[in-house]
Design a protein around this ligand. Structure first.
Ligand code: BGC
Length: 332
């Protein structure tokens, strides 16, 4: 079968042939697979690993598939599904044991298409039913956004739990796919949302966000927010945005890198402010993501996706990044 591979011998991504996976509980016909910053980091060998004993990793962790065959009740042939990314560690781990692999405490979890397990940017895959989320057929067009949206739903969930009152204003840092999805998740929750990012204030991303009632600007100063979701990769911007947190405010960091920054600890203390990290998503976040994508205006989602044949997959890894918000590869 054809697949998008990360070749650890040649140290480069390539489209190549791989053996089809052996049969398992649910056989999946992969329809589409999205790419993201994690895939670009993998292609730069910043982290990740192929399955033990193999020299290539099938990339892709944002997938939509159709059940090709299964013996599982409730998952007949043709069911549309989105797989979870993370698989449980070998334990002992209280989080993995209760189905919250996203909170794994041993760190020895594996992730499809990222760490130790093949991903989904291939024609076929096999999974267990417990790792799959059923998506209504009428959400097929946007189902490829479920996985990144699940990360956002978890971030919002974490933020709300940590904020002692009803938050009203969400500030999102970054206008990539995760930032824009965070904006839509915030709008859906009834929050006022502002996105700060470096893309031009009269550019397509700014216009898309404004069409959904979101404020967009290039600079932080003067901003006050109850919640901040960092989705820009910049520790410097995240640190600067601490000054925007109102008392009781919560910042959830999703993508910032290790960098030396100055943090105003005294302001955190006297304002009861919180900075926390969040990664991956739990089952309830996948379900929330499906619900959110089903109710937000399709005109906010449609312009986010650019579909390409697998032959053009390598373009997604070449710099400079093009303007597509979410590049999606069609497998079937
Ligand atoms: C994925 C997460 C994953 C993380 C780290 C992200 O791109 O959306 O599910 O846990 O990368 O590997």
């Amino acid at each position: 079968m054809r697949a998008l591979l990360l070749d650890y011998n040649e140290r480069r991504p390539r489209v190549g042939e791989m053996a089809e996976p052996p049969d398992g509980e649910v056989r999946l016909r992969i329809m589409e697979c999205g790419t993201c910053g994690t895939d670009r980091d993998l292609a730069a060998f910043a982290f990740g690993a192929p399955p033990a004993g193999e020299s290539s990793l099938i990339l892709g962790h944002e997938a939509v598939a159709e059940v090709a065959s299964s013996s599982v009740p409730g998952m007949p042939k043709g069911t549309l599904v989105v797989p979870a990314v993370r698989r449980a560690c070998g334990g002992p781990c209280s989080s993995c044991a209760r189905g919250r692999r996203d909170l794994c405490v041993t760190g020895s979890y594996r992730e499809r298409g990222i760490l130790g397990l093949h991903g989904y940017c291939a024609e076929w895959a096999v999974d267990r039913a417990e790792d799959l989320f059923v998506v209504p057929a009428d959400l097929a067009e946007f189902a490829v956004l479920v996985e990144p949206m699940s990360v956002v739903e978890k971030a919002c969930d974490v933020a709300v739990r940590l904020h002692p009152e009803e938050p009203a204003h969400l500030l999102v840092l970054g206008a990539g796919a995760v930032g824009i999805l965070a904006a839509w998740a915030g709008v859906r929750r009834g929050w006022r949302v502002t996105v700060v990012s470096r893309e031009p204030e009269d550019g397509p991303r700014a216009r898309l966000l404004r069409s959904g009632g979101v404020r967009y600007q290039n600079a932080l100063p003067g901003m006050e927010a109850d919640l901040v979701v960092e989705a820009c990769g910049s520790a410097a911007l995240a640190a600067a945005a601490v000054a925007c947190l109102k008392p009781l405010g919560v910042m959830v960091v999703l993508g910032a890198r290790n960098e030396t920054v100055r943090l105003p600890f005294l302001d955190l203390i006297v304002g009861n402010r919180t900075i926390t990290g969040s990664v991956n998503a739990g089952p309830e976040h996948f379900r929330q993501a499906i619900d959110t994508l089903a109710v937000v205006d399709p005109s906010w989602l449609r312009p986010m996706i650019e579909r390409r044949p697998l032959d053009r997959a390598l373009e997604s890894f070449s710099a400079p990044a093009n303007d597509a918000i979410k590049v999606v590869h069609a497998l079937h």
